[in-house]
Design a protein around this ligand. Sequence first.
Ligand SMILES: *Cc1c(COP(=O)(O)O)cnc(C)c1O
Length: 429
Amino acid sequence: MQRLDVGSIVNAISDRDVRGILEQEGLRQERTISMLASENMLPLDGLLAQASPIANKTVEGFPGHRYHAGAAWVDALERLCIDRGKELFAAGYANVQPHSGSQANQVVFNALLDPGDRLLSMRLSDGGHLSHGAAINQSGKLYDVSSYGVDRETGLIDYDEFQRIARERRPKLIVAGGSAYPRIIDFKAMAAIAAETGALLLVDMAHFAGQVAAGRYPNPVPLADVVSTTTYKSLRGPRGGMILSRSKRVGRLVDRSLFPGFQGTPAMHQVAAKAICLGEARQPAFGDYIERALRLAAICCSRLQADGFRLLTGGTDTTMVMVDLSREHFTGRAAAEALERCGIIANQNAIPGDFRPPFEGSGLRLSTTAMAARGFDAATAAPVFDVVCGVLDSLRRDRPIDVADALRRIARLCDEHPAYAVNRQLEVA
Ligand SMILES: *Cc1c(COP(=O)(O)O)cnc(C)c1O
């Protein structure tokens, strides 16, 4: 029996240049706290699966219909992954091959739309996503895009405006979901308006898929024609995407759109890690992680509001917290840079009606999923939020930030919450 620890995965790499960088990045992750909504801490099994030789296998097509020989085991793996995805989200169809969330959306558009068809999606500045038809994205060049947004006062989706635009524009496809909207979306209302106006409904659940899996966000699968997601955000799986539908008919169109329409060979090592992730998401420990992430997000909101910071929508229903800095004299980017110097990783974001350019941003997007994945709870997260508020308050008052003190506090908290228990012993037969 051989024994292996996490460190030795990287230690086993003989290319010293690459190994050195991988070691430094591993250390960076251990020594900082990620509050990025678009990344998470993949459990160890998912990391290990991606270092398996199944990464070598080239196939095209789907289980049972492959172009290349030698596909027995990748067929078994992909079938397992599909079954787990269908079961977890109560779907009739799953495609686990998309290399990313953006590609999952392109595949869906390509399946259901022709170039020039009308698409209605959430405005990028109001919390939408580039891949939903932004002018600078390929989707914006291929389709005739209109957008809906949020009410400027409440920050909530303006369903009346949405209905008006849907009736006027008669889009072929409506997209719900975004990357910076921290509230529960009324899928029923959107599905009803889609049905009334003869549109298909795509829900992109990239950010809240983990919450859906844990039963803490309405499952869009029964209401939407098709659902896309990433697997590496709140779902806590590997990089990549997934497409689900209640309808096998839509599924056949999506399959053909993905291959031969869009992608070539799937990355089977990622499919292995997706299967593990979808298995883990059924476990009680995953529910605990989501509950903790939600609790931490609520605490983070209260803490920021107590210090007089404004939040988009006034709070959150999710694990995401959107800080509105439009009335502050510093930008979201300045906040993210100051936080990074103190060991906390976050990103700036545009907010509805933002007068600052997107790269500066009047929003700061925070998330508690990676913290929850590392085992932070209400008591141990409070000092992290103290640092966040301290940094923002110093920027607001033009006071110097005590970076050394913040780094010391964050380093201690990181030590107490290792991302990967470095000495976890794995038994290798
Ligand atoms: C993150 C995200 C994506 C894009 O995922 P990539 O893997 O970066 O392509 C797509 N849609 C939404 C809503 C997202 O938040």
